[in-house]
Design a protein around this ligand. Structure first.
Ligand code: MIC
Ligand code: SF4
Length: 645
């Protein structure tokens, strides 16, 4: 039997395990990336491992999330990352150089290589045929130290693309259609592979828009083949030597096949507050818009920005709309500046932001109360924009720009002829904002600079014989890491300060949670299905650890979050019978008897409800032997220390 594209890359990098769906495999990692919001923790963890120089082929640290500097915290963290990376052999992309995924695609991504990043949108690299996965910071630290990366072997889904995109329809509409079909949990445990004739009509940045938002499907990653289009992109970046052709075998077998005719797509939007609440713009109708935000790692490429500039050219943004634009990288912004497109945007009234995540992570530009904001981003979770009652719609750059002019959600086909934007034959390449690491000799004299914002890793402890704790919080389905550990301008600067962050834990669901669990000293969280979807932030596990969460029991988990819980030494179980979820109320006293020996001996785990006198069997079959050993020690750091003794 032939291999799929992803199976080929997995086979090439397989270190341990069998390529059998669901069983744990470990992979050699060629490249890593971090961003600043998860990076401080990842480098602190890397330092704790005591490895002098990274062992990967290339590791890059980006500064793109925490660029709003309203106090010393972010600037201190940047200095820490700049010095720690220089010392340990890691490239450093300076603030202003752009969003990690956009810059990585432009300057570092190589077809056929593995990449993990402490950011859930790392699968953007799948647009250039990398096996690129989001992970917790600790997993990135381990990979930088030469360790392998563990995942359950995914199922293979093939999306067959036929036809071509009609004028005004965009790559964003392709992934919105996939989200409409599959939902935010439809990709869990799967790799989504794109193939078919339609692939040839899509440029690398368009492919990257599609793989980027595969994160919203919950997929392990998404990937496109490496073909002539990939070569053209690499050539335009002056990197043709990095190209190798990679295609799936003709007789590859897939677990699932979905067909999409590109010609049949029309402009769409994901409605508040989930990326899979997708409708066509026609179905939604002409709702009034208060804000339009263009940018993010999903839609901030040169071609996206050029389309926006030509729609805005010679016109004025509607007076009731605030339009902000953040080009994805210095390369993109510089090219817009040189060819005059930036001037078209400025003239039309756009508010130009620096090349960074910005509003996508609530770093400024929060909408007005109950405001409607159209964004070319990838997430519209409640509260993420910084305005709790705002309604965020996720749209293509074309819909965004057209609506900014009219003041209401607009099907851009109303504007007449679509702009024609060609991919440049040569991008402007200037890596002067990427600091290379110091040589081993120079590294000895480099002092790592740490600010007062950096606080130690929370305390961990080996798993006790049994656990008794209160069901301190019960939540519903599709809880995101933005619910568990919100981001935004006020909180994000404290990503290296877990005690401070803890005041905001679960703030979106229940502001009393931190106080209540602190009083109790410990607790158990009960959740619905797809718990922990969204961001890769390990803070959504480290902060609960700090607050005393001992176990999280749900109907099902998202992949990166469950790995982060285990890494933090928090027990993640699912209900063997989903109905038992309804039998527990917040505030019930619960117990996990003989939990240590049951984990050790792979015996059935029982949850006792002391308040209601009930007993519910739990499923722990998803835990591998390695994960069980980690949980017994108190998490990955302790496990690594134990195994290295
Ligand atoms: C996000 O889009 O939510 C983030 C901010 O990029 C996160 C990482 C983080 O929380 O720092 C992600 O997607 O992993
Ligand atoms: Fe940054 Fe937004 Fe992309 Fe996350 S999704 S990496 S916050 S641009």
């Amino acid at each position: 039997m032939g291999l799929t594209l992803a199976q080929k890359l997995i086979k090439d990098h397989l270190v341990e395990g069998e390529m059998k769906v669901g069983s744990e495999i470990s992979l050699k990692i060629d490249q890593t990336l971090t961003q600043d919001a998860t990076g401080t923790m990842a480098y602190l963890e890397f330092e704790a491992m005591g490895v002098d120089r990274v062992k990967t082929e290339k590791s890059v640290a980006y500064i793109d999330h925490n660029t709003l500097q309203t106090g010393f915290e972010n600037a201190d963290d940047h200095r820490y990352i700049q010095t720690v990376t220089k010392k340990h052999g890691i490239y450093f992309s300076r603030p202003g150089n752009g969003i990690c995924h956009q810059v990585h695609l432009e300057r570092f991504g190589i077809p056929g290589k593995t990449l993990i990043g402490s950011d859930s949108h790392t699968p953007t690299g799948g647009g250039i045929c990398m096996l690129a996965m989001g992970s917790g910071g600790l997993d990135v630290a381990v990979a930088m130290g030469g360790g392998t990366y563990y995942i359950p072997m995914p199922k293979m889904t093939r999306i067959n693309l036929t036809g071509y995109l009609k004028p005004w329809v965009s790559a964003k509409d392709v992934i919105l259609e996939v989200l409409r079909i599959m939902s935010v949990k439809g990709g869990v445990g799967k790799i989504i592979e794109y193939g078919g004739e339609g692939v040839k009509t899509l440029t690398v940045p368009e492919r990257a828009t599609i793989t980027n938002m595969g994160a919203e499907l919950g997929a392990t990653t998404s990937i496109f083949p490496s073909d002539e289009i990939t070569l053209a992109f690499l050539k335009a970046q002056g990197r043709e030597k990095d190209w190798t052709p990679i295609q799936p075998d003709d007789d590859a077998e897939y677990d699932e096949i979905i067909d999409i005719d590109l010609c049949s797509l029309t402009p769409m939007a994901a409605c508040p507050h989930m990326p899979d609440k997708v409708k066509t713009t026609q179905e939604i109708g002409k709702i009034k818009v208060d804000q339009v935000a263009i940018g993010s790692c999903t839609n901030s490429s040169y071609a996206d920005m050029m389309k926006v500039a030509s729609i805005l050219k010679g016109r004025t943004v509607c007076s009731s709309v605030s339009l902000c634009i953040a080009p994805g990288s210095k390369q993109v912004l510089n090219m817009l500046a040189l060819n005059g497109a930036l001037s078209d945007m400025i003239n039309a009234g756009a508010r130009i932001l620096e090349s960074a995540c910005g509003p996508c992570i609530g770093m400024g530009q929060s909408p007005n109360s109950a405001g409607i904001s159209l964004r070319t981003f990838n997430r519209n979770f409640e509260g993420r924009s910084g305005t709790k009652d705002a309604g965020i719609y996720l749209v293509s750059p074309e819909v965004a720009a057209a609506s900014a002019l009219t003041g209401y959600l607009t099907d851009p086909r109303e504007l007449g002829e679509a702009p024609k934007v060609e991919m440049p034959e040569k991008f402007i390449v200037n890596d002067n904002m990427i600091d290379p690491p110091a040589s081993e000799e120079e590294a000895k004299d480099i002092k790592v600079l740490r600010g007062p914002n950096i606080k130690p890793f929370p305390d961990t402890a080996p798993l006790p014989d049994e656990i008794e704790a209160n069901a301190v919080l019960k939540v519903g389905n599709n809880i995101t890491t933005d619910h568990i550990m919100p981001a935004g301008a006020k909180i994000l600067p404290y990503r290296s300060n877990i005690p401070h962050l803890s005041q905001y834990c679960f703030g979106v669901c229940d502001e009393t949670f931190p106080e209540r669990i602190k009083k109790l000293g410990k607790g158990i969280i009960i959740g619905g299905s797809n718990y922990g979807q969204g961001s890769s932030r390990e803070h959504a596990a480290l902060v609960p650890l700090y607050l005393g969460v001992k176990a999280v029991i749900t109907k099902s988990f998202a992949r990166i979050h469950i790995a982060n819980l285990v890494n933090a030494g928090i027990l993640p179980f699912t209900f063997a019978n989903e109905d038992d979820y309804d039998k527990i109320d917040q505030g019930d006293d619960l117990a996990l008897p003989e939990i240590r020996s049951r984990i050790e001996n792979k015996e059935e785990v029982i949850l006792k409800n002391l308040t209601k006198n009930g007993e519910y069997p739990l499923d722990s079959s998803h835990l591998s032997d390695r994960q069980r050993a980690m949980l017994l020690c108190g998490g990955l750091l302790d496990y690594t220390r134990e195994t290295n003794k």
